[in-house]
Design a protein around this ligand. Structure first.
Ligand code: AOF
Ligand code: ZN
Length: 349
């Protein structure tokens, strides 16, 4: 065999710009009703002219931000190529249509990662093409979809993306025989869980957990400081939340949903523009969501601790044989001090 190494694919200027646009997009907030979007404008030689990203509902979209950045530097965007992580919108929402802004600016080509599934906003590709602009789609589409995973799910299904957090001993227990449960996992695992709280729209617990643990459900740093974004705090179940519960203290607003039907509760949250819901227990709520096949992602924090007795993390799911197990696909494994975080997702059929 000839001793040549295979040629490594050289990323094009467009692909490199898309990587940059994805990084820009990730600077926007993960929570909120709008997607994270990034945009890079290239000159005909593939050099970056300007960049922009979306900072949340009500603020300029990524394309508008990039065009404004070019103009503020005295650069005319005419003849540039826009590389954008999401299909430019075609609607008048909280801001004007980005497709028109790109057309009016004289942009000559648009490359995008992900088509916009939002029926109100979609149509940008058709509009750009009708104006004679060269459009290509699907550039780094997997990365683009990964970044927008909860948002895409929520827009496509009309239900929030549900992440179920489990914090357990090696034998899947959440409390010892006497009911004590603080702390099974260590400080690094708990700090990590708080950073996840700061990225979701809402956190839910069942009334059992609300009464037994009196959690605050705020997103905090290790020293107790509050993150800027505090998710909506949701309690699911019929029993009331006491007036002096920590859930009513400083932090995100509190919503009590007495419905115990999972579909109804999720629909109520979707109406309030909750795109990403983090569920933090307890076992009754976790079991109900799993039984209803409503869990999209599991964050399992597992401590190298054995309890041998005590409540288990999930109750009876009605599974009687191994072939019927609720299976998830591993996405990531992270060591957090003595504990391990397993991120797993609903296995695609
Ligand atoms: C884009 N670029 O940067 C974003 C887009 O309420 P609005 O006006 O902010 O519109 C929100 C919708 O627009 C959102 O649901 C999604 O379909 C699209 N978001 N589109 O061209 C952006 N953030
Ligand atoms: Zn737009």
């Amino acid at each position: 065999a000839a001793g040549y190494a295979p040629v490594r694919a050289v990323p094009t200027a467009v692909e490199a710009a898309m990587r940059r646009a994805l990084l820009l997009a990730a600077q926007g907030p993960a929570h909120g009703p709008n997607p994270r979007v990034g945009c890079v404008l290239l000159d005909p030689d593939g050099r970056t002219v300007a960049e922009g990203f979306h900072r949340g509902a009500g603020t300029p979209h990524a394309e508008a931000a990039a065009l404004a950045a070019a103009r503020s530097r005295g650069v005319d965007p005419r003849g540039t190529t826009a590389v954008v992580t999401l299909e430019p919108c075609a609607h008048h929402g909280r801001t004007g249509p980005c497709a028109d802004a790109l057309i009016d600016a004289g942009v000559t080509a648009v490359h995008l990662a992900v088509r916009d599934p939002n029926p109100l906003a979609t149509g940008g590709v058709a509009r750009l093409r009708a104006a004679g602009i060269d459009v290509s789609t699907g550039i780094l589409a997997d990365e683009g979809q990964e970044l927008l995973r909860p948002w895409l799910h929520a827009v496509r299904t009309g239900r929030p993306y549900v992440t179920l957090k489990l914090a357990t001993s090696l034998d899947g227990r959440v409390a010892a025989a006497d009911g004590t449960s603080r702390w099974i996992t260590g400080p690094q695992a708990r700090a990590h869980a708080h950073t996840v709280r700061a990225q979701v729209d809402a956190i839910a617990v069942g009334t059992g957990t609300a009464l037994a643990d009196d959690p605050s459900l705020t997103a905090r740093t290790l020293d107790g400081g509050l993150f800027e974004h505090q998710p909506l705090r949701v309690v699911l179940g019929r029993r009331g939340v006491p007036d002096d519960a920590r859930l009513r203290g400083t932090g995100g607003a509190l919503l009590h949903l007495p419905e115990h039907d999972v579909d109804t509760a999720l629909a109520r949250l979707a109406e309030r523009e909750v795109r990403h819901l983090l569920v933090e227990g307890g076992p009754t709520l976790a079991t109900a969501l799993l039984a209803a096949d409503a869990v999209d992602e599991i964050h399992a924090y597992v401590a190298p601790v054995l309890l041998g007795a005590g409540a288990t993390v999930v109750g009876d799911l009605g599974i009687s044989t191994i072939g019927a197990a609720a299976r998830f696909a591993t996405r990531d494994v992270t060591r957090l001090g003595d504990d391990v975080l397993l991120v797993a997702r609903r296995a695609e059929p």
